[in-house]
Design a protein around this ligand. Structure first.
Ligand SMILES: [Ca+2]
Ligand SMILES: [Ca+2]
Length: 196
């Protein structure tokens, strides 16, 4: 009896730590990166990539949301254009995903988001911009759960009306991993056994 009690205490204690850390929101704002740094694997929660020959860059922009840096894309080794794809692979599936589209100046659908849940394509969501200058748009993908990948694609290529779109302040909550949930179940079983 005494041993079970100790195990239950240890297991529930560990689960408590995991659940607490898993439930808190993560914010990736690029503000710790020097101007024109290639964004790839600097953040343990997510890996950034782009289409062949292109990269994601942290650039100084004076973001209204988390200044001073935003994410902007462009050809590897070249200057930023902010019209290439951004792919984000989350280390642990996430929920409550939101972020900002920076300087979405042209009205209408000016980019699209391919959302993957549990490594499977779930839906394409349009960025519908109200347009104007300046104009940032809040992107709310919190209706999706277990998001493992986000693709930002089809950014409007119109130098006069749009001139690219940047991205900033990716906010999300990692979902506790299956190993943690197993611990939770184990803790529950031990607790039941303990009561008997
Ligand atoms: Ca920022
Ligand atoms: Ca723009």
């Amino acid at each position: 009896m005494k041993r079970y009690s100790m195990i239950v205490t240890a297991v529930t204690g560990a689960v408590g730590v995991f659940v607490t850390s898993g439930a808190s929101a993560t914010i990736i704002d690029f503000d710790n990166l020097a101007d024109e740094t290639v964004i790839s694997n600097q953040y343990p929660e997510a890996t950034f990539s782009s289409s062949a020959g292109n990269v994601n860059l942290a650039i100084l922009h004076g973001s209204n949301h988390t200044p001073p840096s935003i994410l902007c894309t462009g050809p590897a080794g070249g200057s930023q254009t902010c019209v290439e794809d951004t792919y984000i692979d989350f280390t642990v599936a996430v929920t409550d995903l939101t972020f900002w589209a920076i300087q979405a100046n042209a009205p209408g659908v000016t980019a699209q988001f391919n959302v993957f849940e549990n490594d499977t394509f779930a839906a394409t969501v349009d960025l519908v911009s109200s347009g104007g200058n300046p104009n940032d748009e809040f992107v709310d993908l919190s209706s999706f759960s277990n998001v493992t990948r986000l693709e930002i694609v089809n950014i409007l290529r119109d130098d006069a009306a749009e001139s690219g779109i940047g991205w900033d302040t990716f906010t999300f909550t990692p979902i506790p991993e299956p190993a943690t949930l197993s611990l939770l179940v184990l803790g529950g079983l031990l607790a039941i056994r303990h009561r008997h």
